[in-house]
Write a protein that binds this ligand. Structure first.
Ligand code: SAM
Length: 279
């Protein structure tokens, strides 16, 4: 097995994931890499300073955040081209996932530098993996816009996507997000709510959105902290009876689309062309 130091060639960018709450989730390889690089670019140097201190890492920190990313990316690439090994971390989880870093990674690649990752926690993937909802295909929607017309339209587009969606929301807007979800998906639509994942007050619940709204209204404690929501696809309006829809879903797993369309057309009397619209 390769040791981290085997990879520590010069002129290299490491994208390193850190815990999203529980420090015991720090990947051991992250500690090794962060100890060995020449400098660490971090979103908030004070916040990350505490994390590094906890793990006895004394590597210098550099500020790299949304407001200086444009100027910093070029400078950091120059440093790596001169032979330095740098790491990028964010406040929590995987950098670039609703966090800064895109410009640095893109410019490092464009400059021909090697970019590697130390994988680790990400709240979106964690929530998907425990939601109990279909995840063969999903989309990561990030944060909804904070207000107004664009916010409602954003949720509407989500409901039309036809796939499982995972999104982030802040405690200030979680109640309003559930309200918007109910208005576009319907009150009975199941939603997985994951709060304070990996932390002391972690709560997770899969329930119809109207029920989740009531729960949050009744218990203000449940509105605090950090949230991920997972929404299964909104069922398409097929015009089929629920029982027929179930048959269709089951057959879909076993028959190629052409054969399935022929069977459904025969049973329902629909035209084969119309049937394709059902799946
Ligand atoms: N890069 C991070 C990742 O990989 O998950 C996400 C950073 S984003 C700025 C922060 C948002 O992620 C929070 O507002 C929340 O929606 C979600 N999040 C992060 N940690 C979480 C946790 N422990 N439990 C639930 N959601 C969390």
């Amino acid at each position: 097995m390769k040791k981290p130091s085997d990879h520590m060639a010069s002129a290299h960018l490491w994208v390193v994931a850190t815990p999203i709450g529980n420090l015991e989730d720090m990947p051991p390889r992250a500690v090794a890499v962060l100890q060995q690089v020449d400098a660490i670019a971090a979103e908030d140097t004070r916040h990350s300073g505490r994390l590094l201190q906890h793990f006895g890492i004394h590597t210098p920190l550099l500020a790299y955040h949304d407001h200086n990313e444009q100027a910093q990316a070029g400078k950091l690439v120059q440093r790596m081209l001169a032979g330095e090994r740098l790491a990028l971390i964010s406040d929590a989880g995987t950098p670039l996932v609703s966090d800064p870093g895109y410009r640095l990674v893109a410019e490092a690649r464009a400059a021909g530098l090697t970019v590697s990752a130390v994988p680790g926690p990400s709240a979106a993937v964690l929530a998907l993996s425990i939601s109990g909802l279909p995840v063969e295909r999903f989309a990561f929607a990030g944060f909804p816009p904070s207000k107004g017309q664009t916010r409602q339209q954003w949720f509407k587009a989500l409901a039309e996507s036809g796939q499982t969606e995972v999104l982030y929301e802040s405690s200030h807007r979680i109640a309003s997000a559930l309200e918007a979800i109910e208005s576009v998906y319907g009150a009975d639509h199941p939603v997985f709510l994951a709060r304070e994942l990996t932390k002391l007050h972690e709560t997770t619940r899969l329930a119809p959105v109207a029920e989740l709204r009531r729960w949050l209204e009744e218990d203000p404690q449940q509105r605090k902290g950090e949230f991920v929501l997972v929404l299964p696809a909104k069922p398409r309006q097929t015009g089929l009876e629920p029982r027929d829809q179930q048959w269709l879903e089951a057959l879909k797993e076993h028959l190629p689309p052409g054969q399935l369309a022929r069977v459904v057309a025969k049973v329902t009397g629909m035209k084969k062309k119309e049937v394709y619209g059902l799946f």
